[in-house]
Design a protein around this ligand. Sequence first.
Ligand code: SIN
Length: 459
Amino acid sequence: MTQLEVFNPSTNEVIERLDYTNHDEINSQIKHANDAFQDWKLVDAHERSAKLYQWANLIDEHQDDLAKLITLEGGKPLDEAKGEVTYANAYVKWYAEEAKRVYGRTIPANTPSKKIVIDKFPVGVVGAITPWNFPAAMITRKMAPALAAGCTIICKPAVKTPLTTIKLVELAHKAGIPKDAISYIIASGKDAGDIFTSHESIHKLTFTGSTAVGKSLIEQSAKSVKNVTMELGGLAPLIVHKDADIEAAVQGTIDSKFRNAGQTCICANRIFVHRDIAEQYTAQLIDKVHALIVGDGLQDDVKVGPLIDNNAVKKVLTHITDAQEKGGKLSRTLDEIQSLKGNFLKPVVISNANLGMKVMHEETFGPVAPVMVYDDLDEAIKMANDTEFGLASYFFTNDYRTGLKLYNELEYGVIGWNDGGPSAAHAPFGGLKESGYGREGGTEGIEPYLETKYLSIGI
Ligand code: SIN
């Protein structure tokens, strides 16, 4: 069987070769996870919590090694990778607490001779499929609530970034979480999807990735009515209104747009700026964007790493040239954008953007900031909502009425008001419309791993 080669996107060198988990091994792993579930679900919630805390302590101890792995296999700058480890571990710590807070309730019956009790039970064995853009955080925000709820979990990390998962699972075992309660497989998305959606001992599928793949997994899951959670694509709008603090709006745009070189599902894809401040905002944005140092994430001061691979580079260049052909004004030339070669692209601002451009209606997943001018706020909201996606959106205004109007009218699950980085382990992350369903993080994030039963007692 051929091996999986893991590449460093900064150098295109192979950094690791791994064996794929074959079909029989996956089946036996699922069987073991199911056996482990029979024990883990009975482990006292306080003990599950203590084990999650031990895992969190080990993740803290190994922050530097984990961050280096994230940079090596995913490309993001080392400081940002350290931030991701902290963010990833916040999920483990949060769900170490939530393990103890899975509450049931009683409800008054319609006769004094009955009592109704409602309880929550773990769903069972979870199959998780995760993306490459957050090799640590997308793992822990599924694994930690699953384990906290009493489920066992098998993760299929992205083939581009499996090494962080391997390390996280190793630390979980070291923390005393049973070997078969948390494990990983090395497989293609297709193989994992086929098995996780059809195997009778996988009780739940949780997926983070593209809407196209999510749709086909939902379709496959329908056959066995599998319980699914989907965190899918985004096309985040970012609105800068005329009363915004321009400096704060520019910084917020940088925080949102250029995190992981623009390769996040929640990064601002389309920027709408009020005409009165458009010139000032765009000039400041270009200054800051051109000051971002691009390079290998292991080098000091680098703020923007490589794109994940050459296909990503080609796609982003297609978006840039399409925008240029349709009247967009690039803040630096195409030659300059590509001057670092390999998988690196220098970030660019595209002013004079319009709705006909790909950058304004397709997920770019790269360091490109298209800016379109608007005159009327209602028109901006309409353009912002005019998409099948509903994951994240942002707006900048210092007027509370404008802010509340935007909050009420934007059809998105995650909204940043004067905030380019709204993600937090203690808040429920997830999308509306074709961006998926179910929430990860917060009190809500354990719900997908729980079933509700009620008991009616005749007394
Ligand atoms: C994502 O891009 O899918 C996740 C971003 C986040 O959790 O902040």
